[in-house]
Design a protein around this ligand. Structure first.
Ligand SMILES: Cc1cc2nc3c(=O)[nH]c(=O)nc-3n(C[C@H](O)[C@H](O)[C@H](O)COP(=O)(O)OP(=O)(O)OC[C@H]3O[C@@H](n4cnc5c(N)ncnc54)[C@H](O)[C@@H]3O)c2cc1C
Length: 409
């Protein structure tokens, strides 16, 4: 494992640092992050401007081929850029599904004309994409999905419901997995499309979350017509195409937002516990040390992924390991911090409490992080099967025709 940049990577990192310092505002401990100060409408507008600026400077999706808006650079350049950008207070998040999952799937399966039409606008932040995979009865077991696509000449007619679709309410396009043939076993009867989110018959209903925000949605399809030319992969190859998307999702997921041990350390210096600074409390000190050690372990796991990427290899299951540690840690650190804030721990308005409600917002966000992109249990299954070589989950319905699998309905 390499812990340090090669001379070439170090030079690139220095160049990125110079550009970011000239074009963005560094994050500071005391100031609330832009991502937490702005509502989603204003945030989207600002994120589009920032993405455009990055694209103009040649820093957006550097590893994409030049003909699709990238620079044809090694993927490690994108990783280095993102590491450096994370130190700056810039609006992020709106393009991660599009650029992290939809664009790679389009580049692998769309026609040349469609790639030229759709990928560069994603890179420049002009068009936002979402991922229409999960359904009320299909999340971890994605191949259990029921949204129907029936062929009608050169078009497909889609009916059904998706759920948890992040960003559907501001997306221009989406990638969609459907069931075209329920008489085939569940993985074999799937077909994959992309569609215009403003197509007649698409209804997006935002879901109100515990935090008060609405980041994801229910999406209903009623006789939505999708041209066959927007099918990605062969009829019946929807599962294989989905694996391309999900493999890219695994690469994208892995980190967790703050608060971390360092934020807790800062808080423990500033609040009192039983009449003395919380930092003098042995139990608090022990917890902070524990989370600091976990954070150091995560840094080294990410170094392994970085090493693999730098060598042109595909990272292994490190991102599953990183997520299964970092998401529960976010929940625990946030919970401890909110407890240290005593009565103020229930306040979520950043104006009214210490630390800009960082611990409270982390506490409300963490449960979602433990589910999105693979739940804790599913990630443990992956680690058990692919890292430890333990026997796989028992899958009794794998080869049965989908419409013969008992559904309980
Ligand atoms: C914040 C957020 C954003 C999301 N964004 C999107 C999006 O943009 N697009 C999209 O398509 N989806 C999205 N999702 C959906 C996400 O992919 C699913 O929620 C996730 O895959 C889990 O599926 P589920 O909710 O149906 O839970 P289920 O799969 O029903 O799981 C329920 C429980 O059973 C456990 N379980 C299930 N199977 C097993 C097993 N084999 N072994 C052991 N335990 C098991 C799970 O761990 C969980 O605890 C998002 C989810 C969240 C939380």
């Amino acid at each position: 494992m390499d812990f340090n940049d090669t001379p070439e990577q170090a030079a690139f990192r220095a160049e990125v640092r110079t550009w970011l310092a000239a074009n963005a505002e560094a994050k500071t401990g005391s100031k609330r992050s832009l991502n937490r100060r702005i509502d989603s409408d204003r945030g989207l507008e600002m994120a589009k401007q920032w993405q455009q600026k990055k694209a103009d400077a040649g820093y957006a999706c550097m590893h994409f081929p030049k003909e699709y808006g990238g620079q044809g650079a090694p993927i490690i350049h994108t990783v280095i850029y993102e590491q450096e950008e994370a130190k700056y207070d810039v609006p992020t998040g709106f393009f991660s599904i599009g650029l992290g999952m939809c664009a790679p799937t389009m580049m692998a399966y769309a026609s040349e004309e469609q790639k030229q039409r759709h990928v560069p606008p994603m890179v420049r932040g002009e068009e936002v994409w979402c991922q229409l995979f999960s359904e009320p009865g299909a999340g971890s077991d994605l191949a259990g999905l029921r949204t129907r696509a029936e062929r009608d000449g050169d078009e497909w007619v889609v009916n059904g419901q998706k759920v948890w679709t992040s960003g559907a309410h501001y997306s221009d396009y989406g990638i969609l997995v459907t069931r075209h043939d329920p008489t085939l076993p569940k993985h074999k009867g799937l077909t994959y499309f992309f569609l215009d989110m403003r197509s007649p018959g698409v209804e997006v209903r935002p879901i109100k979350q515990i935090s008060g925000a609405s980041d994801f949605n229910e999406v209903y399809f009623t006789n939505v017509r999708i041209p066959d030319s927007q099918r990605l992969g062969e009829v019946g190859a929807g599962w294989q195409v989905s694996l391309t998307t999900l493999m890219n999702e695994r690469l994208a997921v892995g980190g967790a937002p703050p608060p971390d041990a360092a934020d807790l350390l800062a808080l423990a210096r500033g609040v009192e516990l039983e009449g003395r600074p919380a930092l003098e409390d042995p139990a608090t000190r022990a917890r902070i040390a524990e989370w600091y050690v976990e954070a150091a372990g995560l840094t080294h796991i990410r170094s392994r992924s970085m090493t693999a990427l730098a060598r042109g290899e595909t990272p292994g299951p490190e991102s599953s390991i990183a997520k299964v540690v970092s998401a529960p840690k976010l929940q625990e650190v946030s919970s401890y911090g909110a407890d240290l804030l005593d009565m103020a721990g229930i306040l979520t308005d950043p104006q009214q409490t210490l630390s800009d409600a960082l611990f409270q917002s982390g506490y409300l966000y963490a449960p979602g992080l433990r589910i999105a992109g693979g739940t804790d249990e599913i990630l443990r299954n992956i680690i058990a099967e692919r890292v430890l070589g333990l026997p796989g989950d028992i899958r009794v319905d794998r080869d049965k025709p989908f419409n013969e699998i008992p559904s309980g309905s």
